[in-house]
Design a protein around this ligand. Structure first.
Ligand SMILES: [Zn+2]
Length: 174
């Protein structure tokens, strides 16, 4: 087994949850759709980003132009909060039929690079209960691994339960 590496830790995560779907992992090699995103959706993503369920052992920097060029970029703020150009956490958005797994960096992509995520994802964001609420954990639980399916992933994740008994996978310490 290799040491802790970001790439190694993401894949088991996707398998850990059933029906998970990655959204918003942008790279400079691939173009992406641009457009306006409603403030309501951005506010909900900010709320989710402020209450991360898992933190990766590495961080992910924005590599899009011009951030990836290494030139100085002015600090971006949204409602008084600094929007970082890197992240080490993911956002989980439970949808109707899939659990969307998104880097917290999506806020920077939307606000700085005008990224327009797919509408099915934004619909799920708007419908998503408040972060860390009982309703949110209940929605997440529909996709969480059961004790029987969680076993295969425990080399990367500890399966813990919150006070309500909901199953939450947490990244293991390196
Ligand atoms: Zn950037």
């Amino acid at each position: 087994m290799n040491g802790p590496q970001l790439g190694l830790k993401i894949d088991p995560m996707f398998e850990c949850f059933s029906k998970s779907k990655p959204v918003g992992y942008l790279s400079p090699e691939q173009d992406y759709p641009r457009g306006e995103v409603s403030e309501d959706a951005v506010d909900r993503l900010v709320d989710l980003a402020k209450h991360p369920l898992v933190a990766w052992c590495g961080s992910h920097d924005c590599e899009l132009d011009p951030c990836g060029s290494g030139q100085f970029q002015p600090e971006l703020k949204y409602r008084g909060l600094v929007v970082p150009t890197w992240c080490s956490t993911d956002i989980f958005v439970p949808g109707e039929s899939a659990l969307y797994v998104v880097p917290a960096l999506i806020l920077h992509y939307i606000l700085c690079h005008k990224y327009a995520p797919p509408s099915y994802f934004l619909d799920a964001v708007i419908a998503c209960p408040k972060a860390a609420s009982k309703e949110y954990f209940a929605a997440l639980k529909r996709f969480a691994p059961t004790a029987s399916t969680g076993g295969a992933d425990t080399q990367f994740f500890e399966i813990i339960r919150d006070t309500e008994g909901n199953v939450i996978p947490v990244c293991k310490e390196p």
